[in-house]
Each structure stands twice: as C-alpha cells, then as structure tokens.
Ligand binder design. Structure first.
Ligand code: A3P
Length: 274
C-alpha cells in the first residue's frame, strides 16, 4: 500500500499508521506510564511505543503531521491510537497545535497530590544525575528559598501548579473532551479508573479486575492477560529520598490555593492533603 513505508507483507492486512485519537498529555510523574500500559490492555487501543514530543518541540513540529503519523503504530480503523508525552501539559504551544491536528481528539490527564509529585520529580532527576556521576542539590535547597518561602521558580514546583496549565487547555478544548484520572486512585485500585476511561473513549468494556494483581515485592499493581503478565520498570515506583516532613507540609500549604482553584475549574475534587 502506498500509504506506508513498510512492505505490505510485513504488516497485518488492513492496518495502517494513524494519527492519535486520544492523547495522554501529562502530568509528568503522576502515573502516565502506568496509565498508557493499562489502557493498552484493551484490544481497541494501540499505543505509541515512545513519547514523541511532537507538539511541544518546535523542531519536531516543523517535521509536519505526516512525520508524526509515521511514528504511530499500525492499527485497524476501529482501534484508537494513543500517544503520551507528559510535557505537553506544560507547553504553551501544544493545545493549539493539537487542536489543529484534530478538534475532536480526546485528552487524558492524570494528576496526583502536587507535593508528592514534586518529590517524585526530584527523585527521578536525582537518580539520573547519580547515574551520570554529577552532583545535585538537596531537595530543601531547590524547594525552599533562604527566607523560608517556597521557590516557585523551581521547575518541579511550577509543573505542580496544575490550575495554571489547565487553563491554557480549557481555552482551546471544551471540558468534556478532557478526562482527568486520579493518579492516587490508579495506584491503589486501578480497575475502576480504567472503567471510567473506557466510558470516556466510548469503548466496549474489555478491561476487567482480573487484569490487575498486586505484586508485594514491587508494592504496586501489575498487569496480566491470557498470555503475559508484567510489572512496570524499576524506575516506576521508586523509593523517594527522605525529606524533612516540615518541607512537605510547607509545600502542601503552598499548593492548597492552587488546588482549590483547580478543583473548581475542572469540577472534580481530589482532596489532596493540605
Ligand atoms: P514514583 O516513582 O514516584 O512512585 P510517570 O509514569 O508519569 O513517570 O509516573 C510514575 C509514577 O507512577 C510512580 O511514581 C508511581 O507512583 C506511579 N504508578 C502508578 N501506578 C503504578 C504501577 N502500577 N506501577 C508502578 N508505578 C505506578
């Protein structure tokens, strides 16, 4: 078929690469990998294998939609292609560019307690710096200013100001095109969260409670189907470094007004600790 670059005999007949009809737009460290892997249990879902960073990266965006489409997996026309790139959430350009691709695309956002998210973000960067042998500032030096206030120029703090970012999306997309997953609930009981997503995507209910089992060693739910079972990589569900509880409390106080506004704007209360 001229449609594609792969010779037809290496491809299941009737499949082609298609632009996503659903996108996981973030938030980084809130369970985006778990979400896409769990969603992929559904036979009508096809996930892209990597984060394409297309809509927020100017150089990649310049390659055009045809370039992006060729990064997508092969699918049948009844299947929904899903791509996830968590940094879309904080990008100024991504909402408008995504709308230009498709005004009807469905958006999935996963959130969790913003203070825990900052710590998870720090833990990831700390690990990668350690791996490279470079030094890294302690958590309190990044999060707190010498005067005891929260450092709102720290990138990880800015990402957790969910309301600031969601407003950009809601200027471009109607609320009913966005589904927000509670990342804390996804950790503790994934099946009900997945059922809600099936409804949002108008998919027949194919994922069931038996697709998830709790793995004590990992400390998280893992996935299985008729033929496979697997947990996410060790980089998902890391042990967080110890930090003074006073800093977490200060972060929670700092985020409380942002959270209240976020609940109001999205019409969903996540009851994050204050
Ligand atoms: P921690 O590593 O801080 O615990 P992302 O994929 O967006 O980077 O998010 C990573 C987070 O996904 C992890 O953060 C973990 O808490 C969460 N998560 C949710 N469900 C999970 C699962 N079943 N297995 C592993 N991690 C999971």
């Amino acid at each position: 078929q001229q449609d594609d670059d792969r010779p037809p005999r290496l491809r299941v007949q009737g499949t082609q690469r298609r632009l996503p009809r659903a996108l996981i737009i973030g938030v980084r460290k809130c369970g985006t990998r778990a979400l896409i892997e769990m969603l992929n249990l559904h036979p009508d879902i096809r996930k892209s294998d990597s984060e394409v960073h297309f809509f927020e990266n100017d150089d990649r965006y310049m390659n055009g939609l045809e370039w992006y489409r060729k990064k997508m997996p092969y699918s049948f026309d009844n299947q929904i292609t899903v791509e996830k790139t968590p940094s879309y959430f904080v990008s100024r350009e991504a909402p408008g560019r995504i709308r230009a691709m498709s005004a009807s695309v469905k958006l999935l956002l996963i959130v969790r307690d913003p203070a825990t998210r900052v710590l998870s973000d720090y833990a990831q960067i700390l690990e990668s710096k350690r791996y490279k042998g470079s030094s890294f500032k302690p958590f309190h030096k990044l999060v707190m200013l010498p005067n005891g206030e929260i450092n709102d120029r720290y990138n990880a703090v800015q990402i957790s100001q969910y309301v600031v970012h969601i407003l950009r999306w809601l200027r471009v997309f109607p609320r009913n095109q966005l589904h927000i997953v509670d990342g804390d609930k996804l950790i503790h009981n994934p099946y009900p969260e997945m059922r809600k997503i099936e409804k949002f995507l108008n998919l027949p209910p194919k994922i069931n409670a038996g697709n998830f089992y709790f793995n004590r060693t990992k400390g998280f739910y893992c996935m299985r189907n008729e033929t496979h079972q697997r947990c996410l990589a060790d980089s998902k569900g890391r042990r967080h470094p110890y930090v003074d509880p006073g800093i977490i409390e200060a972060l929670r106080r700092y985020f409380a007004p942002f959270n209240e506004q976020f609940y109001q704007i999205v019409g969903q209360n996540f009851s994050w600790p204050t």
